[in-house]
Design a protein around this ligand. Structure first.
Ligand code: C5P
Length: 225
C-alpha cells in the first residue's frame, strides 16, 4: 500500500455541498473517505452512491450494534451500497459479530470507544473475539495498536483515529499520535478529520501528511494488509 492509500479522511460535515467540495479537493490524495452519522443522516445512501460513482472508496462508519439478524442485514445493505468499509461494535457479542462478517466489504470491529476508559487487555480480548468471529479488522486507538498487533497477528487490519499531524491542535481527541507513529506502531490505516477538513487548504494539508508518511516509511517498513 502507498501512503495515500493508508489515509482515511473523515468528512464530518452536514452539508452535502460542503462534503462534495471537500471530496473534490481531496480527490486522489485521500485513499478512503469516511462518512459518519453526521454526514449520513441528512444526506442518506445517495451520498454514498454519488461518491462511489466518482470512483471514491467509502468507509461508512455507522457503528452498528443490534441483534444478529438486524446487524447482518444492515451490513449486507452497506455492502450493496458499494461501501468498502464499515463498523460494528464488538460489544454486540459473538453471534452479532459472526452475522456481520461479510466477504464484499471490510467490517471493522469497534472495540471500546476511546471516550470510555478501558484497560488495554479488554480492548485486546474484544479484538480477538472479533477476529475469531470472522471479522478482518478493528478500529483501535494509538495506545492499543501494538498490543492488538501482538495478540492478533499481522493479518488483522488496524484502523486508527485520534491521529494528529505534527503541530496541529488535538481538539477533543485525548490520546493522540502522529500519522507516522501510528503506522510505525502497526496501524494499516489512519483516520484524520479536522486537521485536514478545517485546514485553509485541505488538499495541501493531506499532501503534507502523505509526504511525512512517505519519508517515515522509507526509514521503517510498515506492516501490509
Ligand atoms: O476530526 P478528527 O480527526 O478528530 O476525526 C476523527 C474521526 O474518527 C471522527 O469521524 C470520529 O468519529 C472518528 N473516531 C474517533 N475515535 C474513535 C472512533 C472513531 O475519533 N475511537
Amino acid at each position: 500500500m502507498q501512503s495515500r492509500d493508508r489515509l482515511i479522511v473523515a468528512l464530518d460535515r452536514s452539508s452535502r455541498d460542503e462534503i462534495l467540495r471537500l471530496a473534490d479537493a481531496l480527490h486522489g490524495v485521500a485513499g478512503v473517505f469516511k462518512i459518519g452519522l453526521q454526514a449520513f443522516i441528512p444526506n442518506g445512501p445517495s451520498l454514498v452512491r454519488e461518491l462511489g460513482q466518482r470512483g471514491e472508496k467509502i468507509f461508512l462508519d455507522l457503528k452498528i450494534h443490534d441483534i444478529p439478524n438486524t446487524a447482518g442485514h444492515a451490513v449486507a445493505e452497506i455492502a450493496a451500497l458499494g461501501a468498502a468499509m464499515t463498523t460494528v461494535h464488538a460489544a454486540g457479542g459473538e453471534a452479532m459479530l459472526r452475522s456481520s462478517a461479510h466477504d464484499d466489504l471490510l467490517v471493522l470491529a469497534v472495540t471500546v470507544l476511546t471516550s470510555l476508559d478501558a484497560p488495554v487487555e479488554s480492548v485486546v480480548s474484544l479484538a480477538r473475539l472479533a477476529q475469531q468471529c470472522g471479522l478482518r479488522g478493528v478500529v483501535a486507538s494509538p495506545l492499543e495498536i501494538v498490543a492488538i498487533r501482538k495478540a492478533c497477528g499481522g493479518k488483522l487490519v488496524i484502523v486508527t483515529p485520534g491521529v494528529r499531524p505534527e503541530g496541529s491542535a488535538a481538539g477533543d481527541q485525548r490520546r493522540t499520535t502522529t500519522p507516522a507513529a501510528a503506522i510505525a506502531a502497526g496501524a494499516d490505516y489512519i483516520v484524520v478529520g479536522r486537521p485536514i477538513t478545517d485546514a485553509p487548504a485541505p488538499r495541501d494539508a493531506a499532501l503534507r501528511i502523505i509526504e511525512r508518511l512517505d519519508a517515515s516509511l522509507h526509514k521503517e517498513p510498515a506492516s501490509s494488509v
